[in-house]
Design a protein around this ligand. Sequence first.
Ligand SMILES: *Cc1c(COP(=O)(O)O)cnc(C)c1O
Length: 223
Amino acid sequence: MNIEKYDEIRASLPGGVRLVAVSKFKPAEDIAALYQHGQRVFGENHAQEMKAKHEVLPQDIEWHFIGHLQTNKIKYIAPYVALIHSIDSFPLLKEVNKYAVKNGRIIPCLLQFHIADEETKFGFTLEECEDMLLSAEFQELKNVVIHGVMGMATFTDDQAQVRREFHHLRRIFEDLKTRYFSQNPDFKELSMGMTDDYPIAISEGSTLIRIGSAIFGPRNYSV
Ligand SMILES: *Cc1c(COP(=O)(O)O)cnc(C)c1O
């Protein structure tokens, strides 16, 4: 783990930008060490892994779910998750609402948009999202609250392209805020930026950066 890098990133964040420490594939001991150092917000992308870590780590950790969420895995995170960044379909949002009701909670969610020039990244198109927001069924979901949007830029060295994609997400955020969430003060989060592109994301208005490898080191996916 690179505490110096963590401190450097923290010190560089403008006011209003929060850091989600992405601890996927990393052991609970690493999370505990960063917790001791003051970090409270952690991001995971596998529901069972997050559940296992939640059970053994301090209860005041804010767990953010950032990966593709399958409906049959919601049960592992619904009782305690602080923010789901990755709502990528209306059926998923409806299922999250169902589990939120079961747990007597209101679960904060972000709508994930497909902004990258890659087939593999999940997310709404603006049209799909608006169809959802305009539906009566959406209005009836009382146990989820939309806090904003999330997106991932293309994995590329082309910084201008990354900037264009983040700028696009920023425009989607502003547009939705004006047209659908102007009465909703909770709609304020723009989750974008990872290890390789967070400075660009911040300059384009990010409020939540999700940093993994810069802090915890490279991930060993074969473990
Ligand atoms: C893994 C992951 C991150 C962190 O990636 P790094 O490049 O290691 O900072 C951020 N967001 C999502 C959705 C991820 O899956």
